[in-house]
Write a protein that binds this ligand. Structure first.
Ligand code: PLP
Length: 223
């Protein structure tokens, strides 16, 4: 099946309120243009450099979709990222939130921020530990930032062969999402729970995800 057929198949399969974000790492501008033409609204990049090359190659077509940063964002890349993306899904510390807010204020941009939860407490993964007090502190900080709008939580979870084994990590993240929502932080508008990839999106949706991030399942295997 083609990229657009794959996209439309998943689009039909999952509930309407679930946003499908396409993870574009290693993909060509033509492949990404095809999925936009098929109706994709949300696209993600792992690296700022990659996002920049993609947008340059695609021109205006790129901005028919919303771009998300879904990989770790280094301090020296924040300025560039802010020109390319509308959503940063990988905010993980108070210090980083302040750094992004400062730079966004200089260009008068309000960027949507998701807190990345390291739901498996893995040393090789980024994100904040799934500890409510810590998440609450970061959420409070973001909600005080004039140029950040807290809109979601995101998690990767451990890479496990059986998606059922990832379920507990999605559940932990869902619980945190509910708890942060219940804080009713002024300035925050928590509405996205970003979890689930090609092998795990069905389980993630069962656990409350309303934003799934798909790469190989739409574009095919990565080289
Ligand atoms: C690559 C990637 C995905 C998509 O992974 P697939 O297994 O190819 O669907 C989702 N989220 C992040 C952060 C990624 O880097």
């Amino acid at each position: 099946m083609s990229i657009s057929e794959n996209f439309l198949k998943v689009r039909k399969e999952v509930p309407e309120e679930v946003t499908i974000l396409l993870a574009c790492k290693t993909r060509t501008p033509d492949e990404v243009a095809e999925v936009i033409a098929a109706g994709a609204t949300d696209l993600g990049n792992n690296y700022v450099q990659e996002a920049e090359e993609m947008v340059e190659a695609m021109g205006d077509t790129a901005f028919q979709a919303r771009w998300h940063m879904i990989g770790p964002l280094q301090k020296n890349k924040i300025n560039k990222a802010l020109r390319l993306v509308d959503v940063i899904q990988t905010v993980h510390s108070v210090k980083q939130a302040e750094a992004i807010d400062l730079r966004a204020s200089r260009i008068d941009k309000v960027v949507s921020a998701f807190i990345e939860i390291n739901s498996g407490r893995e040393s090789n993964k980024s994100g904040i530990d799934p500890d409510f007090e810590e998440v609450k502190r970061l959420a409070g900080k973001i909600s005080e930032c004039n140029n950040l709008k807290l809109e979601g939580l995101m998690t990767m979870g451990p890479f496990l062969d059986d998606p059922e084994e990832i379920r507990p990590y999605f559940r932990i993240t869902r619980d945190l999402y509910d708890q942060v929502r219940n804080l009713n932080l002024p300035g925050a508008d928590l509405k996205y729970l970003s979890m689930g990839m090609t092998d795990s999106y069905r389980v993630a949706i069962e656990e409350g995800s309303n934003m799934i991030r798909l790469g190989t399942g739409i574009f095919g295997p990565r080289a």
